[in-house]
Design a protein around this ligand. Sequence first.
Ligand code: SF4
Length: 493
Amino acid sequence: MSIWKDISEVEVRERRLHSIISYNGTGKDLHEKAKAGYAASLDRSYSQCASCAESCASTITARTKDSAVVFHSPVGCNATVINFTIGIRSVSLSRNKQPYDVQSLCTNIQEKDTIFGAEEKLRQTIREADRRFHPKFIYISTSCASGIIGENIEAVADEMEEELGYPIVPVYCEGFKSKIWSSGFDAGYHGLLRKIVKPPRKKQEDLVNIFAFEGTDTFTPLLDRMGLRTNYFVALASPEQLETMSEAACSTSICETLSLYVASALEERFGVPEIKSPPPYGTDWTDTWLREIGRVTGREKEAEQVIAEDRERCRDEIEDLRGKLEGKKLYITAGDAFGHNLGNTARSLGVELVGITSLHHDLMTDNPASVNSMDALVETAGDIRNFTICNLQPYQIIKILKKLKPDFLLCRHNGMNALGAKIGIPTLFEGDANYSCGYLGVIRLGRRLYEALQTRKLVENIARHAELPYSDWWMNESDPFYFLEGGTNEQGN
Ligand code: SF4
């Protein structure tokens, strides 16, 4: 079945990839179940907090240079975009590029609009975005409100495209449609693939698409020595770069949760091969990733040289860090595939991976041959005894941490990191997703984990004074999975 369909929206992950938001077991068991096409996904009768696909779509739309985003929503839906301006400014400066701001407006859908419709407001807001920002294209980011009242976004986009003379890109990311927030990544990239990315005019044999967020430029030092250019998406990418992503020699990413749809669609539609080995996190995955890039781009010798040089350069410090960290117990909370990446990086340091909580798990990929970091993790790390899928429920994770008592906690998402300190566990926040990438990334993670260990006395002190918002019943008597109930998920259903 075709991955790419020239229709207005891409199916959400629950239906496309049979993704799940709850599971409690082991890494191997989950992986076996995913391969067999079945894993129970229980619903929660109580959710402490959540996010929404619209915010994941914004990680793409709001970061795009020389464009604007019109949120067709109540004002609260676009609150998270403020964060992106800070990120874009810092990454621009760190890469010696001209900083730019997020350019967004909101139609501010109100109660009366839900009765009379808000399409005229949308037209006016698009005109205002054109007047203020002079963008090269404009995204329309949808919301629960615009979806529920059935706004004809396609018609407005076509009309405004004709009026303004440049692409208007609808991104269908209504929060109610999916409990898998990562569906928003697919929605954002689908909009780009549909309206902005053009068929290749020529192949750029030395160009590597890298799907990432912002973060440190850790890919160029690896690929530059192989005579390859990095083409990061979407932060800092110009509209011209977006248009020509179809000309690259291959695509890779910091994690397949972000890129699985766009990379598979690019491969199918324009013949840009997706790198099928897991991303370069941990020394062994970095070896295989570089070799795969070398194979696909015809630079095998150069890849071997980079591996030999970097292995030699990093060997002593990695050994030293292994001596300090060997056997220490680590727990990770992260988005789906990124948890696997961090787990493998920690393995290179001899750290014992006692458990992972992922925000969701995709039981399948769009292209069955795509990269599968879970497969690689289970193969390299053996089983992960405590593997939980949980879409950001601190009340549940805190019980797991109390039981397992890891030496440190590694959190990919802001807000979870305070949790560790409150219960006396030294905690690291992995805000920069690129930072632990490559051989140097292993050292960077090792140094930070070692520093985190030195904070034990401090966090124990914090824990003694911290008040948790949970009852004694919850903390002492109940099962962490008490609020899970019913539901199944089976591929093909
Ligand atoms: S789109 Fe829906 S779920 Fe998302 S922030 Fe707006 S109201 Fe909330």
